[in-house]
Design a protein around this ligand. Structure first.
Ligand code: FMN
Length: 187
């Protein structure tokens, strides 16, 4: 079994031809060269609507799965669209489910803003605010702005630009190093 640090990839888009998904698929593809193992979270659509009454043992199965995936990860990379000036409701719902657990506390988290230049700032601001409530360790220095349009995505669904691939590898490495250091300090 691999002992490489795990980075959890969280997408905020449910769209089939999502550009945000393309960013995370590309992160997945470059992970081995960055010395990390990536895990793509695929349960966004299956999460129940957040209800504090249900945030108790036993947790709804999809929520327990989300929290376990976060717990196993050394760090988290998010790529989400902006809808109506903020996060998609489904992704905010995911983040709401993390507030009542401790799994995300102090976990290094970064995001990639894949919107057109100057766009997506509302989503970034909301991420900053909500992740602040969760106690996650936001790594501003690892966050990227990588405007992605369909022309940048090859037939294999991956971003072709070598510079973008290099940047994604660097972010994964930063998250892993920071996460492993935090784990060692806690031990
Ligand atoms: C209902 C709706 C609202 C949107 N609102 C915004 C917005 O406020 N700001 C923005 O930059 N883009 C906005 N967009 C554009 C999306 O963020 C953009 O299409 C993005 O690429 C979608 O991500 P995806 O390709 O991963 O699905 C909106 C799109 C939709 C469908």
């Amino acid at each position: 079994m691999s002992t490489l640090p795990v980075i959890l990839l969280l997408s905020g888009s449910l769209r089939a031809l999502s550009t945000n998904e393309a960013v995370l698929r590309t992160a997945d593809a470059v992970a081995p060269s960055a010395g990390v193992r990536t895990v793509r979270y695929e349960g966004l659509a299956a999460l129940p609507h957040f209800n504090p009454d249900d945030d108790a043992d036993p947790l709804p199965v999809p929520v327990a799965g989300l929290r376990a995936a976060i717990d196993r990860a050394a760090g988290i990379l998010i790529c989400t669209p902006e809808y109506a000036g903020t996060l998609p409701g489904s992704f905010k719902n995911l983040l709401d489910w993390t507030v009542g657990g401790t799994e995300i506390s102090d976990k290094p988290v970064a995001w990639v803003n894949a919107a057109a230049p100057g766009r997506g700032q509302g989503a970034e601001a909301t991420l900053r605010a909500v992740l602040g409530y969760t106690g996650a360790g936001i790594m501003e220095s690892a966050c990227l702005k990588v405007p992605v349009d369909r022309g940048m995505i090859g037939e294999d669904g991956l971003i072709t630009a070598p510079e973008v691939r290099r940047q994604l590898g660097e972010v994964l490495g930063l998250l892993a190093t920071t996460g492993e250091r935090a784990t060692a300090q806690r031990a």
